[in-house]
Design a protein around this ligand. Structure first.
Ligand code: 2HA
Ligand code: ZN
Length: 270
């Protein structure tokens, strides 16, 4: 059996949580990540018959029965993942229709998965319906996106259009735009269901006055997605209070669509 700390998925998870912390997106215990793994890759590192303990999830997700996830722990700091991955991360397999998570590795201090586990698992179900290559759900608290939800309308079309106008490449990176949830109590099945519903039409879901969710095929791509939206929000927060002299017009965005072979969300461009 190979050392799980050398597994590419583990190395990438450690690098990503560290990088996110260094970006200031994950203060204290802020943020969480879940990464869907293939059973064959897990079996290279773990005896999958050896269940350390079983943890009730509090929701059902029959679509994910038997699936493996590497997940950040509740109350744990992204800052510390690199120093003690086995305490701050856990590898679980869902069973009983998603109602139980079998711990196969990690959470060695007796901990468990993130409080946002419902939002993560329900979002995986939603994204897998529209993109079978989806593997990652990522949540964090980037300052400018968060700030923007205090001063910008939460209308999804308007929010998306503003972000697209802030950097030329935005419409290319997230042509499906950004969906927006109003403030809701975090850590609940309700916000999980609402997030998953929004994930059916976009890979980015803003939680107003809280943070953002991103989804993608790997950690690098999902990080880059949030990074791009956050950069756009940063530009917005720099210019929102100033007279706008120039902007990226809808005509320019149509040129980008053609050049890069993408299609902006239906009805979002004039
Ligand atoms: O657990 O970000 O939304 C930390 C969070 C909860
Ligand atoms: Zn959060």
């Amino acid at each position: 059996m190979k050392d799980i700390l050398t597994a590419p998925f583990m190395v990438e998870m450690i690098r990503t949580t560290t990088n996110m912390y260094n970006h200031g997106w994950d203060e204290r215990n802020g943020g969480n990540i879940s990464l869907l793994l293939d059973e064959t890759e897990v079996k290279e590192y773990l005896d999958t018959d050896h269940v350390i303990r079983s943890i009730p999830t509090g929701f059902s997700a029959p679509e994910l029965d038997g699936r493996y996830f590497l997940v950040t722990g509740t109350g744990k700091y992204f800052k510390n993942v690199q120093y003690a991955p086995d305490v701050n991360l856990g590898l679980v397999r869902l069973c009983d229709g998603g109602e139980t998570a079998q711990l196969l590795w990690g959470y060695t201090d007796g901990g468990k998965f993130t409080s946002e586990f419902p939002a993560h698992m329900m979002s995986h179900v939603a994204r897998l319906k529209v993109d079978s290559a989806n593997r990652v759900v990522m949540h964090c608290h980037p300052a400018n996106l968060l700030a923007m939800t205090y001063v910008h309308t939460l209308d999804e079309r308007e929010f998306t259009r503003t972000l697209w106008q802030m950097c030329t490449e935005c419409i290319v990176v997230f042509p499906d735009g950004v969906n927006v949830l109003p403030w809701m109590l975090c850590g609940t099945n309700e916000i999980g269901e609402a997030t998953a519903e929004k994930m059916l039409t976009a890979r980015l879901v803003v939680w107003s006055l809280h943070g953002i969710y991103g989804a993608g095929k790997d950690l690098d791509e999902t990080f880059g997605l949030i990074e791009t939206a956050e950069k756009a929000a940063e530009i917005y927060m720099k210019i929102a209070h100033l007279p706008r002299v120039n902007t990226i017009t809808d005509d320019m965005m149509h040129q980008l669509e053609e050049r890069f072979g993408v299609k902006g969300r239906e009805g979002y461009l004039d």
